[in-house]
Design a protein around this ligand. Structure first.
Ligand code: TXA
Ligand code: MG
Length: 371
């Protein structure tokens, strides 16, 4: 689907006009630092029991931001129908306005209320929902989703997460939740509540702590709005598994001036430290992220299991990044989940302009570091 010129929305209003309704000014472009100070002096840590899930749903109904676990990574949820609530996501993350958000719903039936369904959507959703798969589909008539969610596109990314806490929250809230990964824009995705609090504590209303995310990599994004299905971002579901259900190879997204998925951005998911790939041994001063027989200071999976490596990837990067030393990473096989792991590692290692000054480092506009 097309993106209208100058970030205009599908109904013709410019993104700047829409921002003006919700915020004084749009958040600074391509930066990890928010423009505004949010009125959340303290971020509540909630459990996944039913009283706390109801509390989280009430905070969301009031337009607040609640981070919650999914099987992939922690998401930062807001009511996808409320422009004011969604604006707070962009503000809290310091997220560029042009990067659209995934809408989370509790079931395929709920997803169909917002998009134009298709045969491929039916097959993929039956096979992999709930689970680590996001489908991009044309927006449906009367979709009810705030234009800030799609950031000017006439398509919508939808996903049904499998995590019990995410399911419980979506059912208690009984509406669509826009939820990007719950990290400051451009930083490593969070796989624990502690990661969320380290990045966004004080900027969001609450986080539901239900332990580490089992998959550990963001969802696979498949575009179904064009002539043929396209892999927009490799992720927690292997492309091969989706291709087996579709009985056809997935197209690959072309690099575009206006990115439609983080897979098209050069530098992404980045730690503060420099990252060097395919390193069988560490150099002087480096910390070493191992895999299989290459031990390292921390090992993604001593058994060489790619699913275990995916689950450990962001957590291990967070820990090594905290040492303040450059990170050398052992080679990872490039098949199955290894493709998504290598995709995230390449982005973590991509050259970055601008100063490197830790977690609050900001990045120049147009460098494509989004979350
Ligand atoms: O596993 C996940 O997908 C996690 C959890 C929280 O669900 N979410 C996540 O969201 O990774 P986020 O915002 O960090 O990455 C989603 C990406 C966006 O950066 C955007 O590029 C892409 O999805 N996206 C969203 N809407 C799109 C659309 N209409 N067309 C193409 N890409 C879209
Ligand atoms: Mg993200």
């Amino acid at each position: 689907m097309t993106r209208a010129a100058g970030l205009a929305t599908a109904d013709g209003a410019s993104m700047e006009q829409i921002w003006a309704v919700y915020l004084e000014k749009p958040p600074r472009q391509a930066t990890g630092t928010p423009r505004h100070t949010l009125p959340s002096p303290r971020t509540l840590t909630l459990t996944a029991d039913s009283a706390d899930i109801d509390r989280a749903a009430a905070l969301l109904e009031g337009g607040g931001l609640v981070a919650f676990p999914t099987e992939t990574v922690y998401g930062l949820g807001a009511d996808a129908r409320s422009g004011a609530a969604v604006a707070r996501i962009y503000e809290a993350k310091g997220r560029p306005a042009f990067n659209p958000l995934i809408v989370h719903v509790h079931s395929a039936a709920a997803a169909r209320a917002h998009v134009i369904w298709s045969d491929c959507a039916e097959r993929l959703s039956r096979a992999f929902w709930p689970g680590p798969l996001t489908l991009v589909l044309p927006l449906g008539e009367g979709h009810g989703i705030s234009p800030l969610v799609t950031a000017g596109l006439d398509t919508l990314a939808v996903r049904v997460p499998a995590h019990p806490a995410a399911q419980a929250l979506l059912r208690a809230f009984a509406g669509p939740l826009a939820a990007p990964s719950a990290n400051p824009s451009g930083r490593i995705s969070p796989t624990t509540a502690a990661h969320v609090l380290a990045g966004l504590g004080g900027r969001i209303a609450a986080v539901i702590d239900d332990g580490p995310c089992p998959v550990g990599l963001e969802s696979t994004i498949i575009g179904l709005a064009g002539d043929a299905p396209v892999l927009l971002r490799p992720g927690g579901l292997s492309a091969e598994a989706a291709e087996a259900v579709l009985k056809a190879p997935l197209g690959r997204a072309e690099a575009a001036a206006a990115p439609t998925a983080p897979g098209q951005l050069a530098s992404h998911y980045a730690p503060a430290a420099a990252v060097r790939l395919n390193a069988r041994v560490a150099r002087q001063g480096e910390v070493h992220l191992g895999f299989g027989g290459i031990g390292g200071d921390l090992n993604l999976s001593p058994q060489g299991d790619l699913a275990q490596a995916a689950a450990n990837l962001f957590g291990h990067l967070h820990r090594l990044d905290a040492t303040g030393r450059p990170i050398a990473v052992a080679p990872i096989p490039d098949d199955g989940l290894g493709r998504a792991i290598n995709d995230r590692l390449r982005r973590a290692a991509a050259p970055r302009a601008g100063p490197r000054n830790g977690p609050d480092r900001t990045d120049a506009p147009g460098r494509g570091r989004q979350a």
